[in-house]
Design a protein around this ligand. Structure first.
Ligand code: SF4
Length: 406
């Protein structure tokens, strides 16, 4: 009884949100483009059927809305008074082109060091946008979620482009859904290039003809997002869509495919190598923790036991069931068909043919090769070094911020 009462009540909130099919919202811009397209076009000729077994779990959404209106906004209002704009009942949907956002708030008349405790010495403006999120206590939140960073950046861009306010920073807040006294805060600096990408992405999604024309980004990025997607069946059909005919390739097309296959397998080899490095690093970490007798360092590491999963012996279970006169087919469900892509061409190494050269010539060649090799090496190293440095820096910055926020 209560379930349907909840459901009806929640739908009221949804209706209040109005029609959002004409633009891509800040909270959607970092999600899978194909899924977003199908959501926008649901119920139209461009849309696709929702999975039969899909259940829209709106629980976390309503939790966030209630937390925001009942506690987060009143708390900020008490502290900042009239300096809190665009919040609560004053929330506004800001639109530019195909991009839109409904920010949770904007704090004006702020001191330049308003975010000093979070590692930002100067906010380079007199205002900051603020975003409210609740987070499941089981989530191991080491840094802000990428999709939320994208969201805040879009809000900052839209504020800057469409209002007189020019915030350079947004504050992303995560309140623990069980213990509202626990909050993690992350300052996000405006990135104009990311904002431009958001505009282009929104246009691409809104103006696309078919969902299949947009990349299945959820699947490409590991499939986590697909676990919550209402269109996995339709998307799977598009991804597996094999060409009908068995035509013979031209030599030019075969060469093109061979290059792509080699690139594919070079990436795969690199991943395999990285996976070995990753596992080795995990062993090293465990060894060090074991040696020191430590399991947990807050916000850094947590090593704990996981109960053994129950595994059913399907064959024996089936036999016993049949023995009792049951029909297993009554409980059988056909899964989704899948496809397989076998990529055989290997990257160069195995095809290198060593030729014997005259001595002098060989010497000259070795010298040239060495020169080229060194050059290439320096270039690659420099590239890696810059990237690694940037990454390490931002990681440690995040840790500092988080540590201080606690
Ligand atoms: S199933 Fe995955 S890849 Fe396909 S639309 Fe959904 S989220 Fe995107």
């Amino acid at each position: 009884m209560l379930q349907s009462a909840y459901q009806d009540f929640y739908r009221m909130f949804e209706r209040e949100m109005g029609d959002r099919s004409k633009t891509v919202g800040a909270s959607e811009i970092g999600l899978c483009a194909r899924q977003t397209f199908w959501k926008k076009n649901q119920g139209t000729a461009k849309g696709v059927k929702i999975d039969d077994d899909y259940k829209d779990d709106w629980g976390a959404r309503i939790r966030g809305i209630i937390m925001e209106f009942a506690f987060w906004v009143p708390a900020l209002r008490k502290q900042h008074g009239a300096n809190l704009l665009f919040a609560g009942t004053e929330q506004e949907n800001i639109v530019k082109g195909h991009l839109s956002a409904t920010p949770d708030g904007l704090l004006i008349n702020q001191r330049h060091d308003a975010l000093r405790d979070l590692g930002v010495k100067n906010i380079r403006s007199d205002c900051i946008s603020v975003e409210c999120k609740t987070i499941d206590p089981r989530t191991n939140l080491v840094e802000a979620k990428e999709v939320n960073i994208y969201q805040v950046n879009t809000q900052l861009g839209l504020f800057r482009e469409t209002t007189k306010y020019k915030p350079e920073y947004g504050l992303l807040t995560y309140t623990d859904a069980s213990f509202w006294s626990e909050v993690d805060e992350f300052p996000v600096q405006f990135d104009p290039a990311m904002y431009e990408v958001a505009h282009n992405r929104a246009t691409e999604i809104i103006t696309a003809k078919y969902g299949k024309d947009l990349a299945p980004e959820g699947w490409i990025t590991g499939g986590k997002e697909c676990g919550f997607c209402p269109f996995t069946t339709a998307c799977g059909i598009e991804r597996r869509n094999l060409p009908y005919a068995g035509k013979q390739p031209t030599s030019q097309f075969a060469a093109e495919m061979e290059d792509m296959a080699k690139e594919h397998n070079a990436i795969k080899l690199a991943i395999d190598k990285k996976e070995i490095e990753l596992k080795q690093k995990q062993i090293d970490i465990k060894d060090r923790l074991r040696a020191k007798g430590i399991r947990r360092i807050p916000n850094v590491i947590n090593w704990y036991e996981v109960a053994a999963p129950v595994r059913y012996q399907n064959k024996e279970l089936r036999q016993a069931f049949v023995g009792l006169g049951g029909d297993p087919d009554e409980f059988t469900k056909l899964g989704e068909p899948s496809d397989r892509l076998v990529v055989s061409a290997t990257p160069a190494a195995s095809k290198v043919v060593k030729k014997q050269k005259p001595r002098v010539k060989a010497k000259a060649k070795v010298k040239t090769k060495a020169k080229v090799k060194t050059k290439a090496k320096v270039k690659t190293k420099a590239k890696v070094k810059t990237k690694a440095k940037a990454k390490t820096k931002s990681k440690s910055e995040t840790r500092n911020r988080k540590g201080k926020a606690k």
